[in-house]
Design a protein around this ligand. Structure first.
Ligand code: SF4
Length: 369
């Protein structure tokens, strides 16, 4: 797979934004007035699952050119970049992959990131998205290292269906044991993400809702998206969130809830009987680009401004070529201030096609979901 990289080894090569005041430190706004608040850091491009919508085995086989260890940002490099992002307004960091728990000694990175605080002295919201397969073993050490909470991906409770979907013979019981372990050590509130693919696992919507209702875990249903170029996405396989809510409400009445924050991706629904809440993430039918405050740092240090971006900005080159913190902060500031990305809002239009041109959008397994 080739990826379009925008080299930024030389800060002066990044075009200035005419008329935009540039601060080496301090909060930023992009071209659509969206601040930079969330940073997703991918710590590995490898995964032990082969989910059909993310890392289909036909593409990600034994000959797939995963990144060599030397290409990965070190923990020191990640911490240094994270520190600069935090100075620019980031107050939430999510570790992703691939499967982040496959990265050796991840706890050492978490310790470093947990020691950071916002300019006004608040601790970061430090979280992680995992497939859950290693969570039972790791929950205690993650919590002790300073992780705040976890989000676990789980697409089905049915054993045969789940094994088929992850295509690596993992049982859902292993993931449920991981969720229980995370709950026991206080990595809460735990969120469980279910990608709904019509005709594949939509029959699991109600059983999943029934299982997690009243457990304190927030189950979120994500519309199947056209991320990457490997999954052969088709609109007919998208089940709109409105249908998900209707199917659950037939069994368990729901009431709408207010968003926690303006940039929250999920629309919240509460069980009318007080049994907790669910969320729906309508990435396809109700785009939320207008409040998107997320930047993504790939495993090898490329900065992506959108989940659907086809090119990244090479921050690793800056770090490894001796740039100062101020130069890195200036580069990140310029890149964010130039940002216009809003792929989901434009989906289906000529502008969206143009955004996906070149080598196509980056794979989700490379920058995290
Ligand atoms: S499509 Fe891009 S800009 Fe829109 S919400 Fe998703 S990541 Fe953000």
């Amino acid at each position: 797979m080739s990826r379009r990289i925008i080299p930024v080894a030389d800060v002066s090569a990044i075009p200035d934004i005419a008329g935009t005041p540039l601060a080496a430190r301090g909060t930023l706004a992009d071209q659509l007035a969206r601040p930079l608040r969330d940073l997703r850091i991918s710590v590995t491009d490898r995964c032990n699952f082969r989910c059909v919508y993310c890392m289909p085995r036909a593409v990600f086989d034994k000959d797939y050119p995963f990144l060599p260890h030397s290409a990965l940002l070190t923990f020191e490099e990640i911490e240094r970049l994270a520190r600069v992002f935090v100075a620019h307004g980031v107050d939430k960091i999510r570790l992703t992959g691939g499967e982040p728990l496959l990265r050796k000694d991840l706890e050492r990175l978490i310790e470093r990131l947990a020691a950071l605080s916002t300019p006004d002295g608040r601790p970061l919201d430090l979280t992680l998205t995992t497939n859950g397969s290693l969570l039972e073993r790791k929950a205690r050490s993650l919590k002790d290292a300073g992780l705040t909470r976890v989000t676990v991906s789980l697409d089905a409770l049915d054993d045969a269906l789940f094994r088929r979907m992850n295509d690596a013979d993992f049982a859902p019981s292993a993931v449920l044991d991981g969720i229980a372990a995370a709950q026991a050590v206080g990595l809460a509130p735990i969120k469980v993400n279910m990608v709904v693919k019509r005709g594949t696992n939509d029959g699991e919507i109600v059983p999943m809702a029934r299982h997690f209702k009243g457990s304190g875990t927030v189950l979120r249903f994500i519309e199947y998206m056209d991320v990457g170029t490997s999954n052969g996405w088709n609109m007919a396989e998208v089940l709109p969130s409105a249908d998900v809510v209707a199917r659950i409400a037939e069994h368990f009445p729901l009431v709408p809830l207010e968003a926690h924050t303006p940039s929250e991706t999920a629309q919240r629904w509460g069980y009318a009987d007080g049994g907790g809440e669910i969320g729906v993430i309508s990435s396809v039918t109700r785009a939320f680009c207008g409040t998107c405050t997320r930047a993504r740092l790939s495993t090898e240090g490329k900065l992506y401004l959108c989940l659907f971006a086809s090119g990244g900005h090479d921050l690793r080159a800056l770090v490894r070529n001796g740039a100062t913190d101020d130069e890195i902060a200036t580069a990140i500031g310029r890149i964010w201030q130039a940002r216009e990305d809003r792929y989901s809002q434009l989906r289906g239009s000529a502008a969206a096609d143009a955004a996906r041109s070149g080598n196509g959008p980056v794979e989700m397994s490379y920058i995290g979901g």
